[in-house]
Design a binder for this molecule. Structure first.
Ligand code: OXK
Length: 409
């Protein structure tokens, strides 16, 4: 018996209720859809997910929404109305996973909190994403990725000393929390096979970013509070040479922080116009020595790179197997044969917009193709289909639609 590509996906047969907005929650639903789950995106009537109002726009469609909600069905229901709430209860009873990223308490007020839903669906894996989590003194507060970046200590370490830190143009808090939520949800689904029970997963943007520190927390705790990481601009003080450099015609990064790579790099610099003895200088041969003499090393490397075009430096570093890369613009990224070969840009057929290209997720799995062909839904696009599948008849659906309990454009 042959298996269709959709059936081969690991989460085929699982139903996910994606009661989310903006970025973190929608990203989770998108990942679960890519992995094969049936994902039903639930939005409030009228405006729907606030992500629909986020740039960039193609006509009336938000690219932001199209990207994070691909592969989902669309239900728009007023869950503040008793009929809408009853419909939601039925829907959740049929589901394996529920994902939400509202302010803690908002879903309890709607009768859609974990405790209430688990009473009739004990196997439900319910994932909440919030700014601060559902416990602790700040749990009631709303927040965005930017807030978590500032609070987490990450922002304070980036940028040039003495300057206000830059704004990262990726919402790290949302994306990393989403990725961790996907991992936790999949583990809870596996755990359910043994226990028969689901559970509540309580993810916080702030927690996630604190957990992502690679060395800053250790630096402080293991030095007994003596060292607090600070802004260091374009390189890493505890990992020399690892940083961003300005060449004649653009910027590049060099990763020559491993001892052997450093020796090859330093010899190359010496043999190509750098100071005599630079390659053989044993003070720099081990990591600790390089960190201790970082300023002296940068004093040689910066002007050496600055005097050459990016391509020339990259060619030389490629020749000695030292990882380096141009700091690319997005048009260069999308044109990159490597990115094309990996299928990292997917094309979808949108009924209104025609062909659209969006970034793919990075899952590459030998048993299935996780690229999503189905575009993000219009607001309430699948209302009738979903309500009918839950046992509502045509008259009931028409009444709910007429009263705005179910909403579609
Ligand atoms: C994103 C928020 C700041 C948005 O705050 P608010 O606009 O105040 O939204 P709230 O969460 O308080 O919820 C708004 C109200 O909508 C109601 N609501 C929701 N869905 C429905 C439906 N279907 N029908 C009727 N009413 C609804 C809900 O009950 C609330 O009602 P009332 O209770 O009556 O008000 C917050 O939701 C939040 O902190 N979320 C958790 C963290 C998070 O995910 N942040 C955004 C990530 S994106 C990001 O950071 C980035 O892009 O960067």
């Amino acid at each position: 018996m042959s298996t269709s590509p959709k059936q081969a996906l690991p989460l085929a047969g699982f139903r996910v209720i994606d009661y989310s907005h903006f970025l973190a929650g929608p990203y989770v639903g998108r990942c679960l859809a890519a992995l094969g789950a049936e994902v039903i995106k639930v939005e409030r009537p009228g405006t729907g997910d606030a992500g629909r109002q986020h740039a960039w726009f193609v006509g009336e469609h938000s690219g932001y929404f199209l990207q994070q909600n691909m592969g989902k069905k669309g239900l728009s229901v007023n869950t503040k109305d008793p009929r809408g709430r009853a419909l939601m209860k039925k829907l959740v009873d049929s589901a394996d996973v529920f994902v939400e990223n509202y302010r803690p308490g908002a879903l309890d007020k709607l009768g859609l909190g974990y405790a209430e839903l688990a009473e009739t669906n004990p196997g439900l894996v319910y994932c909440s994403i919030s700014a601060y989590g559902h416990t602790g003194p700040d749990s009631h507060r709303a927040g965005f990725g930017l807030i978590a970046e500032a609070k987490s200590g990450i922002m304070q370490m980036v940028g040039n000393p003495g300057e206000a830190p830059p704004l990262l143009r990726i919402s790290l808090g949302d994306m990393y929390t989403g990725i961790h939520a996907v991992a936790a949800i999949n583990a809870a689904l596996l755990g359910r096979v043994k226990s028969g029970r689901g559970q509540h997963i309580d993810m916080a943007l702030y927690d996630t970013l604190v957990s992502m520190h690679e060395y800053a927390v250790q630096c402080y705790t293991l030095s007994n509070g003596q060292e607090v990481p600070v802004q260091t601009g374009h390189d890493m003080p505890n990992s020399t040479l690892y940083g961003v450099f300005r060449a004649q015609d653009g910027d590049l990064v060099i990763a020559a922080q491993v001892d052997d790579a450093w020796k090859r790099f330093a010899a190359l610099v010496e043999n190509n116009g750098g100071p005599a003895g630079f390659g053989g200088d044993t003070r720099f041969h081990a990591s600790a020595g390089r960190n201790a003499h970082r300023t002296e090393i940068l004093g040689v490397v910066k002007p050496w790179v600055a005097a050459q075009p990016v391509a020339q430096v990259l060619k030389m570093l490629d020749g000695i197997d030292v990882p380096a890369a141009k700091v690319q613009r997005i048009d260069e990224v999308l044109a990159d044969p490597q990115i094309r070969a990996r299928g990292m840009v997917i094309e979808q057929d949108h009924p209104v917009l025609g062909k659209i290209s969006l970034p793919n997720l990075p899952f590459r799995m030998s048993g299935c193709d996780t690229s999503i062909a189905q575009v993000a839904p219009e607001l309430g696009e699948h209302n009738a289909e979903i309500a009918a599948s839950l046992g509502f008849d045509a008259a009931q659906i028409a009444d709910m639609q007429a009263d705005g309990v179910l909403y579609s454009k």
